[in-house]
Design a protein around this ligand. Structure first.
Ligand code: ZN
Ligand code: ZN
Length: 131
C-alpha cells in the first residue's frame, strides 16, 4: 500500500456531529481512499523469525541482530534504519534475557517515542494481514 495524500476526499464539519470525510470522486470496492504511516508497528510473535522487523518482507534468509538475537532484517539497510528505535529494545532484551510479547512491544513503540514526527497516541493494534 502506498502512502498517498487525501486528494480524493475533503474534510467537512456537520453541526452537532463533528467532522467527517466526503468523497470527491467515485470509488470502487477495495479502492484505497487514503493511507498514512502507522503510528507504531511490531512483528507478530508468530512471525518474528520469518519477516524483516523493519519492512515486514517475508524472506528465507534474514540477518539476525548480533546483540539480542531477536530482531531479524532482510538486509543491512533495514537493520541500519531500525537501529534508532531498536537500540533501546535491544539493550532491554539483553538485560532481561527475554523478549516481551507483541502487545508490550507495540506499547513501547507508541509511548517510547523519541521518533520525530510520530504522535504519541494510543491506538488499536491492527493486523497487517488485513491490509
Ligand atoms: Zn527489510
Ligand atoms: Zn538487537
Amino acid at each position: 500500500m502506498t502512502i498517498a495524500g487525501m486528494e480524493n476526499v475533503e474534510v467537512f464539519t456537520s453541526e452537532g456531529k463533528g467532522r467527517g470525510l466526503k468523497a470527491t470522486k467515485e470509488f470502487w470496492a477495495a479502492d484505497v481512499i487514503f493511507a498514512e504511516r502507522a503510528y507504531s508497528a511490531v512483528v507478530f510473535d508468530s512471525l518474528v523469525n520469518f519477516v524483516c522487523h523493519t519492512c515486514f518482507k517475508r524472506q528465507e534468509k534474514l540477518h539476525r541482530c548480533g546483540q539480542c538475537k531477536f530482531a531479524h532484517y532482510c538486509d543491512r539497510t533495514c537493520q541500519k534504519d531500525a537501529w534508532v528505535n531498536h537500540k533501546n529494545e535491544c539493550s532491554a532484551i539483553k538485560r532481561h534475557g527475554k523478549v516481551p510479547s507483541e502487545n508490550v512491544r507495540s506499547e513501547r513503540g507508541l509511548w517510547g517515542g523519541d521518533c520525530e514526527g510520530i504522535p504519541k497516541a494510543r491506538g488499536p493494534l491492527v493486523s497487517t494481514e488485513l491490509i
